[in-house]
Design a protein around this ligand. Structure first.
Ligand code: PGA
Length: 256
């Protein structure tokens, strides 16, 4: 059965004491709820690199919270000043890594081939990649968003073996909805999620398609999370802005 996941992408936000406060706040809120929303749910915090190890330490002996990273290089080590390898993330205790966020594709020129290499090396180091795909506004307006997403998945993901693909989480994040306050409607999101699952089915068969978690991202808030998460093919969210506030993030987590 596929997991329901709410992952908080902090992006380049929060100083160290604020990061501690947020994680401790999340832990306290979880203590106030007697159970997780479901046996198959996972709450993930994805801080900037300097606080990754703090997050792992603060959530030690804590099976309710997992930790992820926002990016990695595809090489294991070497002369890549400023980069962080998947081996380092694993060794620091990270379980997940975001690959191909639109901010990295746009601002750091990360293309299909580079992302393909990143996905493969993350999996090799036992990380679960949260692979982001999503179309810009003009593509949505031209009504070619399905082809756009198909290309992103074909070029960077569908080379994986059946076994390796099962470690992948897909996040559909329409660029026009990220940080804009403009969420895709539950119907628009469901349509794309169903389409993505169909592509996974064509490449990997029915069982793997049913077991793949597909998250929605783009202005998810406590006010719209329930409507989005109640859609058949939406298995949770990748949350930016609203993951920086304990109450908002917890409300989203309990929206399943
Ligand atoms: P947002 O960001 O929730 O602030 O729109 C989502 C993301 O970029 O993952």
């Amino acid at each position: 059965m596929r997991k329901q996941i709410v992952a908080g992408n902090w992006k380049m936000n929060l100083l160290r004491d604020e990061a501690w406060e947020l994680i401790n706040g999340i832990r306290e809120e979880l203590d106030n709820h007697t159970a997780s929303p479901s046996e198959y749910s996972d709450l993930v915090v994805i801080p900037p690199f300097p606080w990754l190890r703090d997050a792992v330490d603060l959530t030690r002996n804590e099976d309710r919270i997992s930790v992820g990273a926002q990016n990695c290089h595809y090489e294991s080590k070497g002369a890549f000043t400023g980069e962080v390898s998947p081996d380092m993330l694993s060794s620091a205790g990270s379980e997940y890594v975001i690959i191909g966020h639109s901010e990295r594709r746009q601002n750091f020129s990360e293309g299909h081939q580079m992302l393909k290499k990143k996905v493969a090396s993350a999996i090799e180091k036992d990380l679960s990649p949260i692979f982001c795909c999503g179309e810009p506004l003009e593509v949505r307006e031209e009504n070619t968003h399905q082809e756009w997403i198909e290309k992103q998945l074909n070029e960077s993901l569908f080379h994986l073996s059946n076994e390796n693909f099962q470690k992948v989480i897909i996040a559909y994040e329409p660029i026009w909805a990220i940080g804009t306050g403009k969420t895709a409607s539950p119907e628009q999101a469901q349509e794309m999620h169903a389409y993505i699952r169909r592509m996974v089915r064509e490449n990997y068969g029915d069982r793997i398609a049913k077991d793949t978690s597909i998250l929605y991202g783009g202005s998810v808030k406590s006010a719209n999370a329930q409507d989005l998460f109640s859609q058949e093919d939406i298995d949770g969210g990748l949350i930016g802005g609203a993951s920086l506030k304990v109450q908002d993030f917890i409300k989203i987590y309990y929206s399943f």
